[in-house]
Design a binder for this molecule. Structure first.
Ligand code: ATP
Ligand code: MG
Length: 490
C-alpha cells in the first residue's frame, strides 16, 4: 500500500551546494542518483533538518549556508497527511540565534512542532563504524531513535549536557558549594528524563524486535544499555534514580574536579548491540553483517514509531544499496514497502534501484541541480552506438541523406531526445567531403539510418576544447575524465 503520509513538495535554497532545489513528488520512494560530490547527501541533510536536532551531519547552522550566497539557507516541505496537506519549513535565524521554524505559514515556537507532521530516521555511510567506534556515537544514534519516538528528547539531552558543562566549570572554579548542590539537583532531574526515555525506547524496541523475529537478510539485534548511572541497574523510580545520582555526584566532586569532567551520568551510557542468532557482539560481526544489523534496527524502530505514534517515519538512506548484493537489496525494498512510508535513497548508479521498478521517482543530481530522470527505453540505434563506444569501433551510417563514418564520443539526451556527439573522420557533410582532420558532429539518433559497426580504426579526434552543448544529460562519455558527469561508466 502506498504511504498515506509523504513529502509531496520539497524546496531548498542557499543550502550547501544548492542555490535552489525543487522536487514535486508522489507517495512513492525517491531515488537520487549522481556522481560523487553532486549533492545527494546534502539533499538528505536538508530533509533531516525537518526534525529536531542538528541534522544528519550534526553541522552548525552556519555551515549549512551555501558558500558565497547572500541569502539564508531554508528548507520547506509540504507533507500530505491523512488530515490533509501541511507546510513545514526551517531555515537560518538571526546570527547566533536558533533556527526558524514555520508551520502552515506561521512561526512555530519549537522545532518539535514539525514532528506532529513528519518523523525522520536516517542511515548514512558515516554510521558504518557505529558498532566498533566510540560509545558517544552509539549514544547519539540511540538518542536519534528516541527523538523520533519522543521529539522533546533531543532538547532534553542538550539541556542535560549544558548543565553538565556548567558543573564542570563550577568545579574548576571552586565555586560556592550551594551552587553545586542546586545545579546537581537540576542535573539529576534532566538526567532522569534522558535516562527513562532511553530505557523506555530500548525496552519497546526489544519487544518489537522479538515480535518481528529475524531473517537472514536483516538479523535481529539484542539491545542493552550499560549502567553508568547510579548504582542500581534498575532503579525503581525516578526519585530513587535522581537521589542516587545526586549522591554519586556529591561524593565524586574531588575526583571529577581532578579529571576535569563529570565521570558518571547518562552521558557515559553505552548501547550494547549483539547479533542475536550468532550470539556475538555486533562489533565482532562482519562488515556486511553489521550493516544488515543496523538496517534491521532502523526498520524495527520505524515499525515501533509507526505503531506507537501512528506516524510512519520517513527514511533517509544514504548509499544504502551500494554494499548489498541484489537479493539483499530486493529484501530491503520489500521491507521498505511493508512500512508503508516514503524513503529517500541515494546512489551513484540507477541500476542499483532496478528492483524498485515503478515504485520510485528517479531523480538525477548533478552539481547541486536536480532533474527528473527520463525513463525511456533506449532505441536500437542508441544501443548500437553504445556498443561502438564500449568496443572503440567506428560507426558507418546515413545522416541527412549523406554517408558518414564516425566515432561516437558522448551519448545521452537533450530534452528527452537521444543524441550523440561524434567525431566524423570520413564520408560526406553538407559542405562536401569531410575535412582531412575530421569534424565534430551533433546527431539526433532518431534521424540516423543504416547504422552499422565499422571495422576500421578508432578516431577520437583531438580533445574538444570548447564545452559541448549537444547533450544536456550525458549517459556515456568515452573520456574517462569527462567533465559532464556521465550517468554511467564503461
Ligand atoms: N556550505 C557549502 N556551500 C557550498 N558547497 C558546499 C557546502 N558544503 C558542502 N558543499 C559541497 O557540496 C558538494 C556535494 O556534497 P555531497 O556530500 O552532497 O555530495 P554527494 O553527492 O553525497 O557525493 P558522494 O557520492 O561523494 O557522497 C561537495 O562538493 C561539497 O564541497
Ligand atoms: Mg554522499
Amino acid at each position: 500500500m502506498p504511504a498515506s503520509r509523504y513529502i509531496s513538495r520539497l524546496r531548498i535554497s542557499a543550502f550547501r551546494n544548492y542555490q535552489t532545489g525543487a522536487l514535486d513528488l508522489d507517495a512513492r520512494h525517491v531515488v537520487l542518483v549522481g556522481p560523487n560530490g553532486a549533492g545527494k547527501t546534502n539533499l538528505l541533510e536538508a530533509v533531516s533538518l525537518l526534525a529536531p536536532g542538528r541534522g544528519l551531519r550534526r553541522a552548525t547552522f552556519d555551515e549549512l549556508g551555501s558558500i558565497g550566497s547572500e541569502g539564508r539557507w531554508a528548507v520547506a516541505a509540504t507533507i500530505e497527511t491523512p488530515d490533509g496537506p501541511a507546510d513545514i519549513g526551517t531555515g537560518a535565524g538571526e546570527a547566533d540565534g536558533p533556527r526558524r521554524v514555520r508551520i502552515n505559514g506561521a512561526n512555530a515556537r519549537a522545532v518539535e512542532a514539525m514532528s506532529a507532521y513528519l518523523r525522520l530516521l536516517w542511515l548514512t555511510p558515516a554510521m558504518d563504524g557505529l558498532f566498533t567506534g566510540p560509545a558517544a556515537d552509539r549514544r547519539r544514534f540511540l538518542d536519534r531513535l528516541v527523538t523520533t519516538l519522543i521529539p522533546t528528547h533531543s532538547a532534553a539531552v542538550a539541556d542535560y549536557e549544558r548543565a553538565m558543562r556548567q558543573r564542570n566549570r563550577l568545579l574548576e572554579e571552586n565555586a560556592d558549594l550551594r551552587w553545586l548542590d542546586a545545579l546537581e539537583t537540576e542535573m539529576a532531574a534532566l538526567a532522569a528524563a534522558v535516562h527513562f526515555a532511553r530505557a523506555d525506547a530500548v525496552g519497546r524496541l526489544r519487544q518489537i524486535i522479538s515480535e518481528i523475529g529475524s531473517d537472514l537478510d536483516f538479523p535481529a539485534a539484542k539491545l542493552a544499555l550499560t549502567t553508568e548511572v547510579g548504582d542500581e541497574s534498575q532503579p525503581a523510580s525516578s526519585a530513587n534514580f535522581e537521589a542516587g545520582l545526586v549522591d554519586a555526584w556529591h561524593r565524586s566532586r574531588a575526583q571529577d574536579r581532578a579529571a576535569g569532567r563529570t565521570l558518571r551520568g547518562p552521558h557515559r551510557v553505552d548501547l550494547e548491540v549483539t547479533h542475536a542468532q550468532k550470539q556475538v557482539p555486533a562489533s565482532l560481526a562482519s562488515t556486511g553483517e553489521q550493516k544488515a544489523l543496523l538496517v534491521g534496527l532502523i526498520l524495527a524502530h520505524a515499525q515501533l514509531v509507526k505503531s506507537a505514534t501512528g506516524i510512519a517515519p520517513f527514511l533517509l538512506l544514504d548509499e544504502i544499496a551500494a554494499h548489498f548484493d541484489p537479493s539483499r537489496r530486493r529484501a530491503l525494498f520489500t521491507a521498505l514497502d511493508a512500512l508503508e512510508t516514503q524513503s529517500l535513497m541515494t546512489g551513484t548508479d540507477f541500476s542499483l534501484f532496478d528492483a524498485l521498478e515503478d515504485r520510485a521517482t528517479r531523480i538525477s543530481v548533478r552539481a547541486g541541480r536536480l532533474s527528473e530522470w527520463y525513463e525511456s527505453v533506449p532505441s536500437e540505434t542508441y544501443e548500437l552506438f553504445h556498443e561502438a563506444m564500449s568496443k572503440r569501433q567506428p560507426i558507418t551510417c546515413t545522416y541527412d541523406g549523406l554517408r558518414r563514418e564516425l566515432c561516437p564520443i558522448i551519448l545521452g539526451r537533450t530534452d528527452g531526445e537521444e543524441r550523440v556527439l561524434a567525431f566524423q573522420f570520413a564520408g560526406e557533410t553538407h559542405n562536401g567531403p569531410v575535412r582531412p582532420s575530421g569534424e565534430w558532429k551533433c546527431l539526433r539518433l532518431a534521424s540516423v539510418q543504416n547504422a552499422e559497426l565499422g571495422t576500421g580504426k578508432w578516431h577520437a579526434g583531438e580533445q574538444h576544447s570548447t564545452t559541448q552543448t549537444c547533450i544536456k544529460e550525458v549517459d556515456y562519455d568515452v573520456n574517462p575524465d569527462s567533465p559532464y558527469h556521465p550517468r554511467y561508466r564503461f
